[in-house]
Design a protein around this ligand. Structure first.
Ligand code: AHR
Length: 501
């Protein structure tokens, strides 16, 4: 029997909806075909955006969307993506397959997409190959409500009112594809560039994000902080967040492993690597704590998820991969970790939303399917804007190889806006179910409990021929008595229980 404790009287922090954010890059079939098909497409669309995909994403619950990259961001010149489409300049997408980008999806289209999705925007500016002026004029173009050359241009392009920028990234992976910089060099550039990311409307401050580290590159975080935080008062309106990128790659970067053809050893190895996220957040937080003692600067995990070898026969530069029950586990584990670290983690964006890496949606021409990861996001949306509750579970170590042992269970619990307690739990074992005895400390007894689950064989996945193989199912094998809940969590599963007290 596994013992599990929840104390509803001890709230541990706010779960910002943006912990469940997404990312869309000009990469492969993410933007073109996946999200945007143009007004003249045969695929049903609203102002060029696929209706099926937008509707599915809204149902899933998408709080924020990052764009235009990734590596693409630091070679993107926003002025090429405005004005009449037939006059827009083409470019070569050197990072992703060397394809010609016609810039038909630009600033106006991205803002339209966010409007249709009802989500916040997170725009990533170009430091690597851009200029301070270019970044500053982009912000002016988007947000100034006054008389200026940029607002004139925006109005000429059909948009009278300014938009709001919610989050703005000053460069992406500037330690690598974004310019191969040192942390000190980037830190100085950050100080310079961010100065001109002006908040024109004081009621709508722009949340500014510095480029943070790749995985366990703690020297990067330390170097940027050292350069930027000369004194604590500098921080106000200077840096609101710093990013962290970490991908779950089962094997090596050269030979990552297949998305669907894997065995139980690969399963545990993948989950072990996923759990590293916890250590990364803890250790980067410890560095930030030395500079930002009041924890004002958020850790922004704006790229995470599984990265496998591309599906056989697809363009290696398009990063198209399938998605199985293993990915459902990776999603559930990560989202539980972000919840548990909500005192520092302010936003997280899975890579990427459609047709790229750990996508929630895959398309094939006019067809669309939802992946197991989609169902986990849909399941976890109850945590958006909720309060994290104190919880503890007694876990045991499981796995087939000594170096790849993992805890059998992970969990997080929140008190939702609906007044209900939401438990999300992952079972990492591919073969064992566990009996869980839950003691809930609350001001009354349990009145009712309902559940939903995603589970199956470890490599189960949805295809265009069998789109509903993995989906959310009702889970009612749970017993409530007084302040105790007992249930059996099946192997290889992600479970949500909704408890009314
Ligand atoms: O998500 C794919 C790529 O991974 C992004 O463009 C880049 O930021 C990261 O290296």
């Amino acid at each position: 029997m596994v013992h599990y404790f929840i104390n509803t009287l001890n709230k541990k922090g706010h779960l910002h909806p943006e912990l469940q954010g997404h990312f869309s890059e000009h990469l492969g079939r993410c933007i073109y075909e996946g999200l945007y098909v143009g007004e003249n497409s045969e695929i049903p669309n609203r102002n060029g955006m696929r209706i099926d995909v937008v509707d599915a994403l809204k149902e899933m619950g998408i709080p924020v969307l990052r764009w235009p990259g990734g590596c693409f961001a630091d070679e993107y010149h926003w002025m090429d993506g405005i004005g009449p489409k037939e006059k827009r300049k083409c470019m070569v997408n050197t990072h992703w397959g060397g394809v010609t980008e016609d810039n038909s999806f630009g600033t106006h289209e991205f803002m339209e997409l966010c409007d249709q999705l009802g989500c916040k925007n997170y725009i990533n500016g170009n430091v690597g190959s851009g200029s301070v002026r270019e970044m500053s004029e982009w912000v002016e173009y988007m947000t100034l409500d006054g008389i200026s050359p940029m607002t004139k241009l925006r109005k000429e392009n059909g948009r009278e009112d300014p938009w709001t920028i919610n989050f703005f990234g000053v460069g992406n992976e500037n330690w690598g594809c974004g310019g191969n910089m040192t942390p000190e060099y980037y830190g100085n550039l950050y100080r310079n560039y961010q100065t001109y990311v002006r908040t024109y409307d004081p009621k709508k401050p722009i949340f500014k994000i510095a480029c943070g580290a790749n995985a366990d590159d703690y020297e990067w975080t330390r170097g940027v902080c050292q350069t930027c935080f000369k004194s604590p008062e500098w921080m106000h309106g200077f840096m609101d967040g710093i990013s962290l990128h970490y991908y779950t790659v089962p094997d090596t970067w050269e030979k990552k492993g297949s998305a669907t053809d894997f065995d139980e050893k690969d399963w545990y190895k993948t989950l072990k690597k996923t759990l590293k996220m916890e250590e990364l957040i803890r250790r980067h937080t410890a560095i930030l704590d030395q500079y930002d003692v009041n924890r004002k600067v958020g850790l922004i995990v704006d790229e995470w998820g599984t990265w496998y070898d591309v599906e056989p026969g697809t363009n290696p530069g398009f990063l198209y991969q399938q998605n199985t029950i293993r990915d459902a586990l990776v999603a559930g584990i990560n989202l539980n970790i972000f919840n548990k670290h909500c005192d520092r983690v302010r936003m997280a964006n899975i890579a990427q939303m459609v047709n790229v890496l750990q996508a929630v949606i895959l398309t094939d021409g006019e067809k669309m399917i939802k992946t197991p990861t989609y169902h986990i996001f849909k399941m976890y949306k109850v945590h958006q804007d909720a309060e994290l509750l104190d919880s503890h579970i007694d876990t045991t170590e499981i796995g087939l190889e000594d170096e790849n042992k993992v805890p059998n269970l992970t969990e997080s619990v929140s008190l939702g806006k609906d007044g209900k307690i939401h438990i999300t739990m992952t079972n990492l074992s591919c073969s064992e179910a566990y009996d869980v005895d839950t003691a809930i400390t609350a001001e009354g007894d349990i009145k009712s409990v309902t559940g939903e689950i995603v589970n199956g064989k470890i490599d189960d996945h949805n295809t265009f021929e069998d789109p509903e193989k993995v989906t959310l199912k009702a889970f009612d094998a749970v017993k409530a008595e007084g302040s105790r809940l007992t249930f059996t969590i099946p192997a290889a599963s992600v479970l949500h229980l909704e408890v009314t007290v």
